[in-house]
Every structure is written in structure tokens, then in C-alpha cells.
Design a protein around this ligand. Structure first.
Ligand SMILES: [Zn+2]
Length: 166
């Protein structure tokens, strides 16, 4: 089932999400989120983006063998960072460059309740940082480089003027 995407400036995108207690309860939500992400050409999607403030994210299988991550946590391995342009399904039409860590250590549960503990890098590491930010009420627009701030703010102004129907 394709779910409605919550769009900026919805307040729920700014809330901290709660841990998932029972994975069986969120299996259907996770597969609906995955389907929605594919339909909207996203590479990742976090539960708050479909109106559920719980700690669940999905990641395109192209970038991660585990497509759903429950209660994901990351820690940083070293200081190395890189810059790449990002966008977000909840902030349509707005893009800006964001600096992120190149490598992170991931702890999470899979949708089959298996523990994942591994270091990840590259595009997967970037998606993870973006999606886990969503679980903490943080959006990529909070982190864009100063050089892109003006462009982003103009895009946000337009979004605020659109009547959000979710
Ligand atoms: Zn996003």
C-alpha cells in the first residue's frame, strides 16, 4: 500500500521518535514504507515521514542488504567527512549540499529480529545518517552548507505557502 508522505513544515517531522517494542506490530508498516519509497523514487524513508513517530527506517536494497532497520543507532568511527547534494521526500523540490561522515558503525535490528552490528561506508552511510536524523526530528535542511542556505530557504518559503493536505 502506498502511504501518504508527511511534508515540511509539518510539526511531526520535528518530533523525536519512540523505540519499536514489538517488531511483529510494524512488519506491515515496514513493507508499505518500502513500497512507498520505491514508488516515489526515494533511496530511504523514515517512519515519521509517513506519520508514525517510531524508530523504523527502510533503505533501498540497492544500497543495503537489510531493507528495514529497527531502532537503528550509529556511532562515528573517524572524522572523515564528505559533501554531497541531498534531497528529501518530505521536503520536495529542495536540494542542498550536506557534509556527513564517510563511515559509521551501525547497530540495529532487522525485520526478522536479527542483530546487526557492523561498520558501513559510502552512500549507505550517508542514507543512514539522513534517515536516523529523521528519527530525532532533524532534517537535512538544518545541515546544508552555508553556500546553499539561501537557495534552500527560498525553496522552503514556497513549501510553507502550499497548503499541506496531510
Ligand atoms: Zn528525508
Amino acid at each position: 500500500m502506498i502511504l501518504e508522505i508527511v511534508k515540511y513544515p509539518a510539526k511531526s517531522l520535528r518530533e523525536k521518535s519512540s523505540p519499536v517494542n514489538n517488531i511483529d506490530d510494524i512488519k506491515e508498516l515496514a513493507s508499505n514504507m518500502y513500497e512507498t519509497m520505491l514508488k516515489k523514487d526515494g533511496v530511504g524513508l523514515a517512519a515519521p515521514q509517513v506519520g508514525q513517530n517510531i524508530r523504523l527506517i527502510v533503505i533501498n536494497k540497492e544500497y543495503s542488504e537489510d531493507w528495514a532497520l529497527v531502532n537503528p543507532e550509529i556511532s562515528f568511527i573517524d572524522d572523515e567527512q564528505d559533501v554531497l547534494q541531498e534531497g528529501c521526500l518530505s521536503v520536495p523540490g529542495v536540494y542542498g549540499r550536506v557534509k556527513r561522515y564517510k563511515r559509521v558503525f551501525l547497530k540495529a535490528l532487522t525485520i526478522d529480529n536479527k542483530v546487526i552490528e557492523k561498520s558501513v561506508e559510502g552512500f549507505f552511510a550517508r542514507i543512514l545518517q539522513h534517515e536516523i536524523d529523521h528519527l530525532n526530528g532533524i532534517l537535512f535542511i538544518d545541515k546544508v552548507l552555508p553556500i546553499d542556505k539561501k537557495k534552500v530557504n527560498e525553496g522552503l518559503k514556497e513549501l510553507k505557502e502550499i497548503k499541506v493536505d496531510v
